[in-house]
Design a protein. Structure first.
Length: 161
């Protein structure tokens, strides 16, 4: 009967656990959280499939841009993210999350890409400005276009009153 007495003496209060530890408050899960990228790289989630249908065009386009897939083995030990199975060909072992795969791009390429699109945007805005101003001079129906793109909204009485 000594075995039963030992079981009876073992209670939940006798278990050792930190009574000072506070419960962590609930917060929504970050579904697209990633560890910090390696030095000199940037992480980004890339669409691999949509509604269960593989998006091979998007994957090929991103690979041509220079993105590299992140393997689950490349992540720090404290980060456990799901990976694709071995039946997925070139995507086998890649970090995956609900139709997205994790990819990395060197910061140098990120900056070059950003600069390219900023220049393209600037050129497009200049072309729009030139077209609008030239057309406005020819046809009085066009509204005068302010290239500064500033607007001012006031409510109520003027401050001068």
């Amino acid at each position: 009967m000594s075995g039963l007495e030992d079981l009876a003496k073992h209670t939940r209060e006798s278990e050792t656990h930190d009574k000072q530890a506070r419960r962590k408050p609930w917060q929504p899960q970050d579904k697209l959280g990633t560890p910090p990228p390696p030095e000199g790289y940037e992480y980004r989630w890339i669409r691999e499939s949509i509604l269960g249908v593989e998006d091979a065009n998007n994957i090929s386009y991103r690979l041509r841009e220079g993105w590299e897939f992140v393997q689950g083995s490349e992540l720090p030990a404290d980060w456990k993210l799901p990976t694709l199975g071995t039946d997925r060909g070139r995507l086998a072992g890649v970090v995956h999350n609900e139709g997205l795969v994790l990819a990395k791009l060197p910061l140098e390429t990120v900056n070059e890409r950003r600069q390219y699109y900023e220049d393209k945007n600037r050129r497009n805005n200049q072309a729009l400005d030139n077209t609008m101003f030239n057309d406005a001079n020819k046809d009085s129906r066009y509204v005068k276009y302010d290239s500064k793109r500033d607007s001012q909204v006031t409510f109520g009485k003027n401050k001068g009153n």
